[in-house]
Ligand binder design. Sequence first.
Ligand code: ADP
Ligand code: ADP
Length: 229
Amino acid sequence: MIRFENVTKRYRGTKRPALSDVDFNVEAGEFVFLVGASGSGKSTCLRLILREDVPTTGRVAVLGRDLRSLANRKVPYFRRQIGSVFQDFRLLPSKTVAQNVAFSLQVIGSSRGFIQQAVPEALALVGLDGKAKRMPHELSGGEQQRVAIARAIVNRPKVLLADEPTGNLDPATSVGIMQLLTRINAGGTTVVMATHEAAFVDQMQRRVIELQNGVMVRDELGGGYGDTS
Ligand code: ADP
Ligand code: ADP
């Protein structure tokens, strides 16, 4: 589903590569944590998966496509198959909850009929049935992130990328968001979540890929250092 083959990414004007010879393969249906300190290369990995950038050397393939040979005009269509969630939610402040979710379908030309069915389904899945007509500023941070997740999955993407989705949330709220992402993964969506909260991650007993200064130092199934049981 997501394959990195000896990926090195060097940004122009920098000495040290952001990623050095990173190699991993994520299968369909997996839940993977991408962990590491700030600056270790997590966001760069996510940007390469979305084809927002290309590797300096090596190969990235997503959904069976080598992204280097993906024509620029095909990139928007490729990205429709991938949902994204961010630390800062990125909701449209002047649209209601339902309109925020509907908007992502409207811009890709979904039919009114599909939108009318899919928006309430997505809001129900994230536990926000009753909040369709609220404005983002009327919601808590955790609820806003649920709206962002509903928007990311409403088009039923095969892959969901989450960049520090709990970074602005308190621990109790974060647990709820983690449970939601786990539930989405259980429905068959491949989930890749970048976070610097390694201890929290180890409790989840999922696959962990750890980066240090752009080097992959760990790729472990189920738990890690934090697991003392
Ligand atoms: P993380 O998401 O783990 O915080 P990043 O992927 O954002 O890490 O960054 C990895 C390294 O690449 C850092 O040293 C960062 O400063 C550098 N970097 C990221 N984006 C750029 C860019 N657009 N131009 C130059 N350097 C960058
Ligand atoms: P607009 O005025 O921009 O057309 P609407 O508020 O009428 O926006 O609806 C935008 C989309 O959001 C609609 O396609 C509808 O399916 C969905 N939607 C609107 N209100 C609700 C609601 N209360 N519950 C679920 N979905 C809703």
